[in-house]
Design a binder for this molecule. Structure first.
Ligand code: ADP
Ligand code: 5GP
Length: 201
């Protein structure tokens, strides 16, 4: 069974950077590429970072019940296509979802075993500095993202792990450790233990 890792963070906390590093070092992870109605940003590539669609296309997919979860975030739709779960299972990989807190709670009701990881910057001023350093958003968008952050942080108790992203290398190590530890949780090891026991005859 694939493990579903749900990673959420207020925008600018460093989640994309950490997820990118995690995927580079762990070939057994598959990234769920979301659908969005927002425009591509910076170095983003269609199909790799997001699948960019119009509002009409997104709403048609909602009507066809194609999303495992979806939400409207900062005026745009974002959603996870159902096919990712099937694809991860077929490839024998664990799935990484980078989704917001609303999507994470929808997901948790459909996949109760999903592992939630909440990432946050050490303070508001760090978050603001990172949003500006990324220099991909207008002042208006940065203002809205900062306003939304406090509300999102209040939802942290729905997650299993909290990662305060101070030093990037340390955070990347911690994230990789969470993934490794989850893979050896006792309830996921029953089959392996039975196999080993069988070798004792
Ligand atoms: P998110 O995906 O959470 O919106 P990004 O990964 O785009 O955030 O990171 C926002 C900015 O902060 C980027 O410029 C990134 O290089 C920078 N950043 C990420 N992690 C750290 C860190 N630990 N310390 C300082 N800057 C960071
Ligand atoms: P951004 O525009 O910065 O890429 O993403 C804005 C927010 O939307 C982030 O919190 C990100 O995690 C979230 N997001 C991205 N994809 C999805 C998705 O498929 N579903 C939901 N619910 N949120 C998503």
């Amino acid at each position: 069974m694939s493990i579903v890792f749900v990673i959420s963070a207020p925008s600018g906390s460093g989640k994309s950077t950490l997820v990118r590093r995690l995927l580079e070092q762990d070939p057994n992870l598959l990234f769920s590429v979301s659908y969005t109605t927002r425009q591509p940003r910076g170095q983003e590539q269609p199909g790799r970072d997001y699948i960019y669609v119009s509002r009409a296309e997104f709403e048609a997919a909602i009507a066809r019940d194609e999303f495992l979860e979806y939400a409207e975030v900062f005026g745009n739709y974002y959603g996870t296509h159902r096919s990712w779960l099937e694809r991860a299972r077929a490839e024998g990989k664990d799935l990484v979802l980078d989704i917001d807190v609303q999507g994470a709670s929808q997901l948790k009701s459909k996949v109760p075993d999903a592992v939630g990881i909440f990432i946050l910057a050490p303070s508001r001023s760090d978050l603001e500095a990172r949003l500006r350093a990324r220099s991909e958003d207008s002042e208006e968008v940065i203002r809205r993202r900062l306003q939304g952050a406090a509300r999102e942080i209040q939802d942290y108790s729905r997650y299993d792990y909290v990662l305060i992203n101070q030093d990037l290398d340390t955070s990347a190590d911690t994230l990789a450790s969470i993934v490794k530890a989850e893979r050896v949780r006792r309830f996921r090891m029953d089959g392996e233990v039975r196999r080993i026991l069988a070798t004792f005859g």
